[in-house]
Ligand binder design. Structure first.
Ligand SMILES: [Zn+2]
Ligand SMILES: [Zn+2]
Ligand SMILES: [Zn+2]
Ligand SMILES: [Zn+2]
Length: 453
């Protein structure tokens, strides 16, 4: 836009009083180094006042510049002056008012600073405009255009080339050849080819990048599931569910199982087969399975219709009554102890009564007598209970019993362990054994047995 004629104060914006106007023709607005002389010569000359010059000089005191005051001109009603960066020898024409406020930066100086920042971020600044920069990644040589503001910002510039390198290397860890990356519903997927079976699949990228567990393609993991199931005597029915797999035992029971368990070291137990085993073991003893109380304990109906629990069903070591009493030969014994000129009698049950007598550490003259021996502990307990019940009125005060009992055992009640004298409640104040002998005889002859049930 060429312009001529006298520019008067009234026609145009009023310039500051420190400036004078000269009539020259306007040529153009290019302010770059090579053109400035031409431009300046084509514009009305202006003399900038000493005061404004001083203001500009002090505002730019930190910058290595020279201001060519003699070439000050008016361009578009603005006082402009060529300013020279002494480091780069480059000249720019700038508004005097901008300079007065310190608003000046040499393009090359700015570029140098941006280069330094770029280097710091592992990038090489190739070229730039006033708002964008073309940079090359020092790591992967990938070139990209970035906004200057993000190049100069505090965050690192995300290099797309490096990102792809990362995708590639994470894929390689799982024997996958990287193809492409895409995002769906906020999840990053990587499309790649399994080098094992050559099928192409989309992988959730986070599974490849966190590296917690080896990632197989669907085809390969399916094959692995089949193999693992086979080794554990199962067959895979449905492999399509990602986290759980439908398998079948050799007896045709199906169950769904976690992939990691199927592939794990431990054997898989078919719950139905296991239950069948328990049912069968119980049935052999005339009992009926009810349920698993927990992993070990089974609840069942005994031969007399009673509800019992045991954790030794499969070993066969369970009685049909009173839960965990094992089927072992058990005796009912009598210990006669002479202590302080008095006679005391203990009735108890034990698999090995002599061992039991020694364990009790009785002070005094203790003699042992076996009253009866039974095939199971349960039967022995029944007789013991019968005798205890009939001698109930003659129970020895526990304080007296503690005088000649030596063995302390730890008893656990409500989870609290408390030491106690072993067997101190089973002592009776009897001067001879004839009553006990009679009770045993009655019991074995079937008299009064029902009263103990
Ligand atoms: Zn410079
Ligand atoms: Zn890179
Ligand atoms: Zn595969
Ligand atoms: Zn089964």
């Amino acid at each position: 836009m060429a312009r001529s004629g006298l520019i008067t104060l009234t026609e145009k914006k009023i310039p500051p009083p420190s400036c004078q106007l000269f009539l020259v023709e306007h040529v153009g607005r290019n302010t770059m180094k090579n053109d400035y002389l031409l431009e300046v010569s084509g514009h009305p000359k202006r003399k900038v006042s000493k005061a404004l010059q001083d203001k500009c000089i002090s505002a730019l005191v930190t910058k290595n510049v020279e201001i060519l005051w003699n070439d000050a001109v008016v361009i578009r009603d603005n006082s402009r002056v060529p300013i020279k960066c002494l480091k780069h020898n480059s000249i720019t024409v700038r508004s005097v008012y901008d300079l007065a406020r310190g608003k000046y930066d040499c393009w090359h100086c700015a570029t140098d600073r941006q280069s330094t920042v770029a280097n710091y971020k592992n990038l090489t600044l190739l070229s730039r405009t006033s708002s964008t920069a073309l940079v090359r990644c020092n790591i992967c040589t990938h070139e990209s255009t970035v906004r200057l503001s993000s190049l100069l910002g505090s965050n690192n510039v995300d290099c797309e080339g490096c990102r792809v390198e990362k995708y590639k290397s994470n894929c390689e860890k799982f024997n996958i050849t990287y193809n492409s990356v895409f995002r769906k519903n906020g999840i990053v997927y990587v499309n790649g080819k399994c080098n094992g079976c050559l099928t192409t699949t989309d992988y959730v990228y986070s599974r490849l990048s966190n590296g917690k567990r080896y990632v197989f393609c669907n085809t390969c993991s399916g094959a692995r599931h089949h193999e693992a199931a086979k080794q554990k005597y199962f067959t895979v029915l449905d492999n399509n569910i990602a986290s759980s797999i439908e398998i079948q035992c050799k007896n045709g029971h199906s169950m769904s199982i976690n992939s990691s368990i199927l592939l794990g070291k431990s054997n898989i137990i078919c719950k139905e087969c296991r239950t069948d085993k328990y049912k069968k073991a119980l049935m052999e003893k005339g009992c009926t399975f009810l349920r698993f109380v927990n992993q070990k304990v089974v609840e069942f109906i005994g031969t007399e219709g009673e509800i019992l629990q045991s954790q030794t069903i499969l070993s066969g070591k369970f009685a049909t009554k009173s839960g965990n009493r094992w089927k072992q030969k058990t005796s009912v014994y009598l210990i006669l102890n002479k202590y302080n000129e008095q006679i005391f009698i203990k009735i108890g049950t034990a698999i090995n009564p002599d061992k039991r007598r020694k364990e009790l550490k009785i002070a005094g003259e203790a003699t042992l007598k076996i009253l009866a021996t039974f095939e199971t502990r349960y039967e022995a307990d029944k007789l013991e209970k019968f005798i205890h019940k009939n001698l109930d009125g003659m129970r020895l005060d526990q304080l007296i019993a503690s005088n000649f009992l030596g063995r302390i055992i730890n008893r656990k009640r409500n989870g609290i362990i408390s030491p106690a004298l072993d067997g101190k409640t089973e002592w009776f104040d009897l001067q001879d054994t004839s009553l006990v002998d009679k009770l045993v005889k009655d019991y074995l002859n079937g008299i009064n047995t029902s009263s103990t049930d």
